[in-house]
Design a protein around this ligand. Structure first.
Ligand SMILES: [Zn+2]
Length: 251
């Protein structure tokens, strides 16, 4: 499992759906539990760290996660993102979406005491990029909010998609909706903004927390995955253009 935080322990106290049949998913990141606690994960981020425990399609999702773990663990990042032979594309996208959500949530969760309405009054990614929040349903006209508020909207929105069984079916054989890949693209576009804000505004703190290897590994995996399945427009990546290029050229 990710770390020793159980569902429902977050300070927000929200009720989490339990899926008793699913065993805890294996960790996607490359840190051991001991390393995670060494890095301070697990005791500083209760507020926003809300790991998803339910793998899509039960055991199938768990199997795919094991495959990701094994290939990533062997250091083969290109192989780790590729659709495994004979597997369903949407299933593969779903499992990875949940894992990237968990990773971004965990990384940002470690920064909540440093990312406040005072330090980050807007959701920026460098001096020239500022994101405004709209979900197209409850908030149509984009609103300017602080970075922590934006993150709250963003994580809540993604979590609502992941919890919606008409989008992320839990039962084997249940169909994915026809617009599944469009939804996935929006999720990944928004997850990128979490990385962009962390790199631009909090990288010194990440170094201080000794989380930079974890952040870099996670982002590298994210970039290769989104490239493999063409999930994010190139212009969306502009705030981290140099970093993205260096990642892609290093392989
Ligand atoms: Zn911030």
């Amino acid at each position: 499992m990710l770390i020793g935080i159980r569902e429902g322990e977050g300070r927000l106290g929200r009720k989490r759906k339990k899926s008793a049949a699913s065993p805890p998913p294996p960790r996607l990141n490359l840190l051991s539990s001991a390393e995670m606690s060494l890095f301070g994960f697990g005791n500083r981020n209760l507020k926003t760290f809300r790991p998803k425990k339910n793998a899509p399609s039960g055991n199938k999702g768990v199997q795919l996660r094991k495959y990701i773990d094994a290939t990533l663990g062997s250091g083969n990042i290109k192989e780790a993102v590729r659709l495994p032979a004979g597997e369903n594309l949407n299933e593969w996208l779903a499992v990875n979406t949940i894992d990237f959500f968990n990773q971004a949530n965990l990384l940002y969760g470690s920064l909540t005491e440093f990312c406040t309405p005072t330090t980050c009054s807007t959701m920026s990614a460098g001096p020239t990029v500022e994101y405004r929040w709209a979900d197209g349903v409850k908030i149509i006209k984009p609103i300017e909010v602080s970075a922590p508020k934006y993150m709250e909207y963003l994580m809540d929105w993604i979590e609502a998609q992941l919890d919606d069984e008409s989008i992320f079916p839990q039962r084997i054989g249940s169909p994915f909706p026809p617009n599944f890949q469009e939804i996935i693209k929006t999720i990944f576009k928004r997850l990128f903004r979490v990385y962009a804000h962390i790199y631009h505004s909090h990288f010194q703190k990440i170094i201080f927390l000794k989380e930079e290897a974890h952040l870099n590994t996670s982002f590298k995996h994210f970039i290769f995955f989104t490239r493999e399945f063409k999930l994010i427009d190139k212009r969306e990546l502009a705030p981290l253009h140099d970093l993205v290029e260096s990642i892609l050229h290093a392989y």
